[in-house]
Design a protein around this ligand. Structure first.
Ligand code: HEM
Ligand SMILES: *[C@@H]1O[C@H](CO)[C@@H](O)[C@H](O)[C@H]1NC(C)=O
Ligand SMILES: *[C@@H]1O[C@H](CO)[C@@H](O)[C@H](O)[C@H]1NC(C)=O
Length: 319
């Protein structure tokens, strides 16, 4: 009888432990352990955006570049140190992703507000992305929380998993599908390009060689982006790059997408994609709501939960 009871207890504890490590993310994760966590993150993000509006875009992109490389686990934040190679030198990241100082500042302030190290860097990225979107005029969707931080990173996986701007429609779609996302998510999340800027190097081939581009639009960009040199000259990804709106979709209808990958979503060969782009160009409120849903889906990519991973003390280094 005692043996049976301890067997039951054992099974119970084991299954509790297992279900915990596969726990779902929840919006209330920090309510008890640190009720000030979310307001602290938001205030640092707000200040950073006041200093430089583009920072909102940069923080949004960090969350994307985190989630697409082995899940939303803070791996993108790890520095190269000693023999440890992080993801910052991967082709899609190098000289491109930014916002690490803001993340450091958030981490410092959150640890102070929480009187301890309880908020993961992966969750900080998810919240900072949402706050950036909301502050710049987008939806204030509910972020799900409870991610933990990876103790590993992979520069090769970052090269492989982050879609480059020269991808075709079908390559973009398979990239998203391999993350468990669908066509609608591809279109909505690509419209994250309603915020931020791109370097000449990323849209040069498009303005000189693409055919699915408005001629005047291409000509006007050639001044900023010559056939060679000036790789780092910047151009807004849409014409209101500090404001979350649906100008991105309207631009695609007019063959004025900045990146080749953007324009592939309209006139790139998929009628369904064309229809969705048209739809969101006409229904900005649907875009706002649906963008939030797709961000939540992206934020759910392979999180570490329960006892997997760790809560990093400093987002740049494993503990
Ligand atoms: C669909 C595939 C995607 C491709 C090929 C792509 C590619 C790019 C490229 C090439 C840049 C410019 C980088 C540079 O000039 O250094 C960029 C910027 C940006 N991307 Fe994407 N991206 C994609 C999806 C996304 C997604 C899903 C999001 C977020 C939801 C996102 C958010 C951003 C933002 C906000 C910027 C501007 C960053 C800043 O100004 O600092 N992108 N993207
Ligand atoms: C990843 O990209 C970097 C920078 O271009 C490159 O040095 C490295 O060899 C790449 N790795 C793979 C596996 O493609
Ligand atoms: C445009 O295409 C030509 C021919 O393929 C190529 O030689 C050239 O480098 C391309 N230009 C740009 C800016 O990509």
């Amino acid at each position: 009888m005692a043996a049976l009871r301890s067997l039951f207890l054992c099974v119970f504890v084991l299954s509790a432990a297992l279900s915990h490590s596969h726990a779902q993310l929840t919006p209330n994760f920090y309510n008890k352990v640190c009720p000030k966590a979310l307001s602290t993150i938001r205030s640092v993000v707000l200040n950073a955006i006041k200093r430089e509006p583009r920072m909102g875009a940069s923080l949004l992109r960090l969350h994307f570049h985190d989630c697409f490389v082995n899940g939303c686990d803070g791996s993108v934040l790890l520095d190269d140190i000693g023999n440890f190679v992080g993801e910052k030198t991967a082709f899609p990241n190098i000289n491109s992703i930014r916002g690490f100082e803001v993340v450091d500042q958030i981490k410092q302030k959150v640890n102070k507000a929480c009187k301890g190290n309880v908020v993961s860097c992966a969750d900080i990225l998810a919240v900072a992305a949402r706050d950036s979107v909301a502050i710049l005029g987008g939806p204030n969707y509910k972020v799900l929380l409870g991610r933990r931080d990876a103790r590993t990173a992979s520069v090769d996986d970052a090269n492989r998993s982050l879609p480059p701007p020269f991808f075709s429609f079908s390559q973009l779609l398979s990239s998203f599908q391999s993350q468990g996302l669908d066509l609608k998510d591809l279109i909505l999340l690509s419209a994250g390009h309603t915020l931020g800027k791109a370097r000449c190097a990323t849209f040069r081939t498009r303005i000189y060689n693409d055919t699915n581009i408005d001629r005047k639009f291409a000509a006007s960009l050639k001044a900023i982006c010559p056939p060679s040199g000036k790789d780092n000259n910047l151009m807004g990804l849409d014409k209101s790059s500090n404001f979350f709106d649906n100008a991105y979709f309207k631009a695609l209808l007019n063959k004025k997408g900045l990146l080749h990958s953007d324009q592939e979503l309209f006139g790139g060969g998929s009628q369904k994609s064309d229809e969705l782009v048209s739809y969101y160009s006409s229904y900005p409120y649907s875009f706002r709501d649906d963008f939030g849903s797709s961000m939540i889906k992206m934020g759910n990519i392979k999180p570490l939960t329960g006892s997997y991973g760790e809560i990093r003390q400093n987002c740049r280094f494993v503990n």
